[in-house]
Design a protein around this ligand. Sequence first.
Ligand code: AMP
Length: 217
Amino acid sequence: MTFLVLLGAPGAGKGTQAPILADRLRLPHVATGDLFRSAVLEGSAVGLEARQYMERGQLVPDSITVKMLLDRLAQPDASVGAILDGFPRNLAQADILASALADRHSQVDVALEIEVPEEELVRRLSGRWICKANGHVYNERSHPPRVPGICDLDDSPLIQRDDDRSETIAARLAAQLAALGDVVDYYRQRGLLRTIDGRRPVTEVTDALLAAARAES
Ligand code: AMP
């Protein structure tokens, strides 16, 4: 079993890198943000509750988030491990993850941090668009689609996430950067943190992440 934790602020590139890593390392990509967005679309009880927080750029309470994550890790495909994207987001979640994995005689093998300065994060988030069908990520400036408003990969329309609207970005970053710093320190203290410079081109960031992951797992 291999459990990788992918850390980074909103806009650092986790959503771009995680599916690539999952494919190359043959591990399921488990993103709590994606799980919440699916729950919102389904209109489930979890979705209705989570939506109120997501729209305000706040973290969803741990009680809801942890249950959803552990249910996902109990699925058969996660018996080999997983790439965790967007979890843990605070120290309580990091502790719960450690004990849930210990119950499975496992542990977090490495925490990969994609580091990007705050001004660059704001710039990236305010230009981010995702495709409606599969969440493929584009950016008006750094990675525009070939045809404006249409996904290159599946032709579905591009939409802006509610929490990427400019008025939500500042609140979302402020709330999340502080908690992210705690989680980064948590893994640094345990000798599990590897930090990768996320300002480089996508393929270089991928190579650096893969090298760090393979060295530890
Ligand atoms: P993301 O796609 O990871 O940016 O997540 C989108 C939103 O889902 C976040 O802004 C939070 O409201 C919620 N969310 C995702 N993961 C977590 C988590 N581990 N703890 C609490 N809320 C989360």
